[in-house]
Design a protein around this ligand. Structure first.
Ligand code: FMN
Length: 434
């Protein structure tokens, strides 16, 4: 195994939003929609000198058995609006918005991102997501909207057009007319926003298919991924970095940042205990059955979450949950979960807890700092998107206890050197295209 010499770690903060991460039962949990929550988490991340603060997006509330999914009942504000407000109460941290390339138009979105880049002094980023499902499409113009096969051709053209627009003003403030004729967009005119402070907002990609990885290799500055374990991370890292050369790019041009959680304790045993308790709170008995129903495609409310799995196979095309569903092939997942339960003697709920966790770093602050550094030195990641289980105080402990240790190890910055997100990430300014 090659171990690279010292490299610094990139860190980002994910606002947990609507998902099974948040522990609602914790008395410290606050609103997920009030500005005070966004502000608090973003300021903590900035105190910790993080590269960026990250907001996910959902364009339709998921439905389960015909009702709004329990985990979505708090709703979701629009990311760019929140980040524009955060630009006023933060100074250095990058502000990353997840915005769908399927349900938006390039001129409008490029304008909004360039505006955030101006308001924030060069700290904007766009996480390009590509969901094209018909259920979300119903909230927009024409139902089914886009064939799955077309989602990345549209996304790639979308990003290319946005960059043409951002390049249509020179650094000395001259606007030039643009014209773009392509498969998905046919637009011409003049862009309304002058060139931004970092040239272009940073482009992030989240999506895992071969087409998604290819798109990232060609067009993204950062990948947000779920491949967070050492082995899986190394394979993903090698695959994606291996795709860069054919686009004339080098390994440092694309940063790979898996979403991970951190649970700390004064001893290893205490941290393990806390992590187990958090997982139990995240996967309540009802949520365990709900997770199963998503896979089996049928009502399983009569099953005991502390009991064994159903013997019947899932009905693959019955869509009991409408909206984003991350379980892939239901029959294969059911088989995997049943096997896990048999092998370890686990109940339904215990299996869901074990099978649905994301990569976690669990231990003393010293052990976690060392492990994070190991992942980066061994090419499993360039950094991490930390996903706290509490809103908005969930990063306090990491910033107070782990960041200083990373700094002592020389693995993390001790101050922001530049002012733009590009400078935090060590990315070059995009060359101006004449
Ligand atoms: C780590 C990660 C985070 C994602 N976050 C979002 C999100 O916030 N909003 C969204 O609409 N889609 C999100 N997606 C979905 C992707 O944009 C994409 O639609 C999905 O992964 C299918 O594309 P693929 O086949 O290339 O994986 C995310 C995907 C990944 C892997």
């Amino acid at each position: 195994m090659t171990v690279r010499p010292h490299r610094t770690i990139h860190l980002a903060a994910h606002f947990p939003g609507v998902n099974s991460t948040t522990v609602w039962a914790d008395p410290r949990s606050r609103s997920q929609i009030a500005f005070s929550s966004f502000e608090r988490l973003a300021r903590t991340a900035e105190r910790g000198l993080f590269d960026f603060f990250f907001l996910a997006e959902g364009l339709r509330l998921r439905e389960h058995k015909g009702r709004i999914h329990d985990l979505d009942v708090v709703g979701r504000p629009e990311s760019l609006t929140v980040l524009n407000a955060l630009a006023a109460v933060t100074e250095r941290i990058g502000l990353a918005a997840t915005v769908n390339a399927t349900f938006n138009e390039p001129y409008e979105l490029a304008r909004r991102l360039a505006t955030l880049d101006h308001l924030s002094g060069g700290r904007a980023a766009w996480n390009v997501v590509t969901s094209s499902d018909a259920f979300t499409g119903e909230n927009f113009r024409r139902g089914g909207y886009l064939d799955r096969a077309d989602r990345y051709t549209r996304a790639a053209e979308f990003v290319a057009v946005a960059r043409e627009l951002w390049d249509s003003w020179t650094p000395d403030g001259l606007s030039r007319p643009f014209a773009h004729r392509g498969q998905h967009f046919d637009i011409a005119g003049e862009f309304t926003v002058p060139r931004s402070l970092q040239g272009h907002p940073v482009v992030i990609q989240a999506g895992d298919s071969g087409e998604g990885r290819e798109f990232a290799a060609q067009a993204a500055d950062v990948i947000f991924t779920r491949h967070g374990t050492l082995e899986d991370g190394r394979a993903f890292y090698a695959d994606v970095k291996g795709r860069l050369a054919k686009y004339g790019r080098s390994a440092d041009d694309l940063k790979i940042m898996p979403g991970v959680t951190v649970v700390l304790g004064d001893t290893a045993a205490e941290a393990q205990e806390r992590a187990a308790e958090i997982r139990r709170q995240q996967v309540s008995p009802q949520n365990a059955i709900l997770a199963l129903e998503q896979i089996w495609g049928t009502d399983l409310s009569s099953y005991d979450p502390d009991g064994p799995f159903p013997d019947t196979d899932p009905v693959p095309d019955a869509s009991i949950t409408q909206g984003r569903n991350r379980h892939g092939d239901p029959v294969a997942t059911a088989e995997k979960w049943r096997a896990l339960s048999r092998e370890k003697g686990l109940s339904i709920r215990q299996t869901v807890i074990e099978a649905s966790g994301r990569q976690s770093f669990i231990g003393t602050p010293e052990a976690v700092a060392a492990e994070l550094e190991t992942f980066v030195r061994q090419d499993a990641a360039d950094g991490f998107v930390l996903v706290p289980h509490l809103t908005p105080g969930g990063l306090d402990e990491f910033v107070d206890r782990v960041v200083p240790l990373l700094q002592e190890r020389g693995a993390f910055r001790t101050e922001y050197r530049g002012t733009t997100l590009r400078s935090h990430l060590g990315l070059p300014d995009p060359a101006e295209k004449g």
